[in-house]
Design a protein around this ligand. Structure first.
Ligand code: PLP
Length: 423
């Protein structure tokens, strides 16, 4: 077949969009060329069900080496005793953990989606909320901070088997130690889903959940700056406390239950091209350049939060400890949906987001979420954070003014031209 120009032209267009626009979606980043090269390599041709050295297919000697390197690097990066690098995504990593430690109908306790949690932590539209019995904790209405007392109250009352911490839109650090103490009172396991701040945790900029939480999951493509994918970690392996047995009646270690939950539990063949790209990203994340990068991500987020606050924007919780912030736009008389569209017209990509105690629907929302992981990869620093906030403010103050939005779009393009990506 001749080259599929329809698709390749669209990929070229997407490259232009990424190069020219201002990417503020908190869950996105730009991988290095070598990560992309590995993700687009011949490894996509290979079937490798099973684990290194224990495969159900022949010809796996080379992918065994690659996957072993990925596992070792993940362990080194997070100071973990065990890792599974096969989950196709963050959602798959979480689903595998649930399959490994829960039975259908078991109670789980997670961070409320409408307060910043993630769909896979018990939402009614996700398998986690359909297969298991979800309960939630949230943030305080005045402070925007997680109500740990409420978490403890619900945990002691409902006695969930699994407490999940981690979020998609929470800008503060977590008290993993406290959550573990609560879990120990009721014999529950703790899962930390560090998908968003993984890179910051790996390099010591935020508290480390591994010593406290039984199991840790993450995506590999947000602050970690790897290919799209998931990862499961154990700070320390342990015997399954609920006594769940294998079909042969054996009690297994948690590492073994998790391996089996990923494959054959919820996945077939692992994506070895993605695993190779993960291995490269893990090595990159261990480098001095990455350390400089992730420090700048945090500095930029703080500079951006301050610039928004100075312009009268309401940042939930009043600031940020990580790479993102959630902005309540209600005092600016614009909703999240309109803000997302208007900023899109100005060449700035953000996502609309519910804010805690939102009175608008998830389709409209009262807020937007912004993050600095992607723009920091482009090389932008504190000075540009101020420029970005000025541009966002001008756009949101002129939502119907096409001319003004086009002007801002040109300014965005000029700005980004100074910080080339792949070209
Ligand atoms: N967990 C959290 C906290 C997330 O923010 C996300 C994605 O945004 C996921 C899980 C799901 O990751 P994926 O989109 O790779 O399935």
């Amino acid at each position: 077949m001749k080259r599929d120009t329809l698709i390749f032209d669209l990929i070229e267009e997407e490259l232009d969009r990424q190069e020219e626009g201002l990417e503020l979606i908190a869950s996105e980043n730009f991988v290095s060329k070598q990560v992309m090269e590995a993700a687009g390599s011949v490894l996509t041709n290979k079937y490798a069900e099973g684990l290194p050295g224990k495969r159900y297919y022949g010809g796996c000697e080379i992918v065994d080496e690659i996957e072993t390197i990925a596992i070792e690097r993940a362990k080194q990066l997070f100071n973990a005793e065990w890792a599974n690098v096969q989950p196709h995504s963050g959602a798959q990593a979480n689903a595998a953990v649930f399959l490994a430690v829960l039975k259908p109908g078991d109670k789980i306790l997670g961070f409320d989606l409408s307060h910043g949690g993630h769909l896979t932590h018990g939402s009614s539209v996700n398998s986690s909320g359909k297969l298991y019995d979800p309960y939630f904790y949230g943030v305080n209405k005045d402070t925007g901070l997680i109500e740990y007392e409420e978490l403890e109250k619900v945990a002691l009352r409902e006695k969930p088997k699994l407490i999940i911490c981690g979020a998609s839109a929470y800008s503060r650090d977590w008290d993993y130690e406290f959550i573990r103490k609560v879990a120990d009172k009721i014999g529950a396991l703790v899962l930390a889903d560090i998908s968003h701040p993984a890179g910051m945790i790996a390099r010591g900029l935020l508290k480390d959940p591994l010593p406290h939480c039984h199991i840790v999951t993450t995506t590999t493509h947000k602050t970690l700056r790897g290919p799209r994918g998931g990862l499961i970690l154990l700070g320390k392996d342990f015997e399954n406390p609920f006594g769940i047995k294998t079909p042969k009646g054996e009690i297994r270690m948690m590492s073994s239950l998790l391996d089996m939950a990923v494959f054959p539990g919820i996945q077939g063949g692992p994506l070895e091209h993605t695993i190779a790209a993960k291995a490269i990203a893990f090595a990159e994340a261990l480098s001095d350049e990455y350390m400089e990068y992730i420090l700048q991500v945090k500095t930029n987020a703080q500079a951006m939060a301050k610039a928004f606050t100075d312009k009268g924007y309401n940042i939930i919780s009043g600031g940020t400890d990580n790479h993102l912030m959630l902005i309540d736009l209600r005092n600016k008389n614009i909703n999240g949906k309109v803000a997302e569209r208007v900023l899109g017209e100005a060449g700035i990509t953000v996502n609309k987001n519910m804010v805690p105690f939102d009175d608008k629907s998830p389709f409209t929302t009262s807020g937007i979420r912004v993050g600095t992981a992607a723009v920091t990869t482009r090389g932008l620093k504190e000075k540009e954070m101020q420029t970005i906030v000025n541009l966002i403010d001008q756009a949101l103050m002129n939502p119907e003014n096409e001319e003004k939005l086009a002007e801002i779009h040109d300014e965005v393009n000029d700005l980004m031209e100074r910080f080339p990506l792949y070209k």
